[in-house]
Design a binder for this molecule. Structure first.
Ligand SMILES: Nc1ncnc2c1ncn2[C@@H]1O[C@H](COP(=O)(O)OP(=O)(O)OP(=O)(O)O)[C@@H](O)[C@H]1O
Ligand SMILES: [Mg+2]
Length: 376
């Protein structure tokens, strides 16, 4: 899949940006605070996923403007597609179309433009908080199975309701029996999510393991362990509608008194983690900085490879400021592993050693005279 044209105007500080990227490497360079990450974020937003910087839709419109206009055309293995979005500080004025068909929300675009974004924070993936690994896995799976993201939203809603009820029970204004209906729903959704995440983790371990082995020149091994707070074993189990749901319910019921005391749900997929193991031991606890970076890179690259394998479309790679964070050998490794994919790279220096089309960003504008950029 390749982006054939992209334009942005009034998205944060971007003004009159209109580019025809190359099918290979595209380099967006410029000084700090000129709009390079905004450029990457604008493309990412059109993939229908939540902002990787946590920006709300209204924050995407320029401070001094009313609308952010984005448009993009892409070519995948089957056809040309076009996406247009006009975002507004007033959500009622939002206009989004996919191939001319109106969409109510940006999430309606999910699954069309397939991107993998790497940011400097991603380099903390194996070392950082479990929350990062949970949302990483959720996003990876949603990109393959868009329906999964709706299950996650449903689960989050049930969790919110259950937690509110737990507090009300502790305050004496609700009855513990009222938990039954939420527990049933949570058990079904949670059992399904556990199975899907466990299976994805296994696949990720295989793909990332191969990459890690290569990066460490065969000297170290990589593994992932899905750490469920509900099940002691998930291997070979898939009956989420039956026994897995029932077991989940038992765990919720058993934890009920404690949950009421705590005011939140202590066990469940929202507390699960994926442990990264290097040579069989926890990378988070014992790994070096370099080992953790290699592990994170391997996992992000594996995300792209699995997405390709599952959807038969090569994803578009967005590298925001990561190359400058890496040493030469990791930089070369990552670029070599992304051959054949369309890549957008942001950096401060013009990255003279990298071949590709260059766009210079200054004050929110691409200042190259030709929107085709400069090939070097
Ligand atoms: N809604 C908005 N309207 C106008 N400008 C905004 C808005 N939101 C953010 N900005 C500005 O956009 C500018 C560019 O941000 P961006 O993160 O893209 O810079 P950058 O080129 O990636 O810089 P760096 O090299 O430091 O990462 C920032 O100075 C920020 O204040
Ligand atoms: Mg930036």
């Amino acid at each position: 899949m390749k982006i054939t044209s992209f334009s942005a105007d009034g998205f944060k500080n971007l003004r009159n940006v209109s580019v025809e990227p190359s099918d290979g490497v595209n380099i967006i360079h410029g000084e700090n605070a000129q709009g390079k990450t905004n450029f990457i974020e604008a493309i990412w937003i059109l993939s229908g996923a939540r902002s990787f910087r946590g920006s709300k839709e209204r924050d995407m419109v320029a401070f001094d403007g009313d609308f952010a206009r984005l448009s993009l055309t892409l070519r995948d293995s089957e056809r040309e597609q076009s996406i247009e979005a006009v975002l507004s500080k007033n959500p009622r004025e939002r206009k989004i179309t996919l191939n001319g068909v109106k969409q109510r929300y940006l999430s309606g675009l999910f699954g069309v433009l397939k991107c993998v974004v790497f940011t400097p924070e991603d380099l903390e993936l194996s070392k950082g908080s479990p929350d990062n690994r949970r949302s990483f896995a959720d996003l990876c799976i949603s990109q393959i199975k868009p329906a999964y993201s709706r299950t996650i939203l449903k689960y989050e809603n049930v969790l919110l309701q259950r937690n509110t009820l737990l507090k009300n029970i502790a305050a004496g204004v609700s009855d513990p029996d009222d938990l039954d209906v939420w527990d049933e729903q949570m058990a079904r959704l949670g059992a399904y999510i556990s199975v899907i995440k466990y299976q994805y983790t296994k696949k990720l371990a295989v793909f990332a393991g191969r990459l890690y082995e290569e990066i460490s020149k065969g000297r170290e091994s990589f593994g992932l362990k899905y750490c469920s707070t509900v099940y002691s074993e998930l291997e070979g189990r898939a009956d989420w509608q039956g026994e897995l749901s029932r077991e989940y319910l038992v765990v919720l019921k058993r934890g009920r008194a404690e949950d009421i005391r705590l005011g939140f749900t202590a066990a469940g997929v929202h507390r699960d983690d994926i442990a990264v193991l290097i040579n069989g031991i926890s990378a988070k606890e014992f790994g070096s900085q370099g080992q953790n970076r290699s592990a994170a890179l391997s996992m992000k690259l594996a995300q792209a490879y699995i997405l390709f394998e599952e959807t038969s479309e090569m994803p578009i790679i967005l590298l925001d400021d990561v190359l400058s964070e890496l040493d030469k050998s990791r930089r070369e490794f990552i670029i070599s592993k992304l051959k054949g994919m369309q890549i957008f790279i942001t950096c401060c220096e013009p990255a003279a050693r990298l071949r590709g089309k260059r766009f210079e960003m200054m004050g929110g504008e691409i200042i190259n005279r030709s929107k085709k950029g400069v090939e070097r």
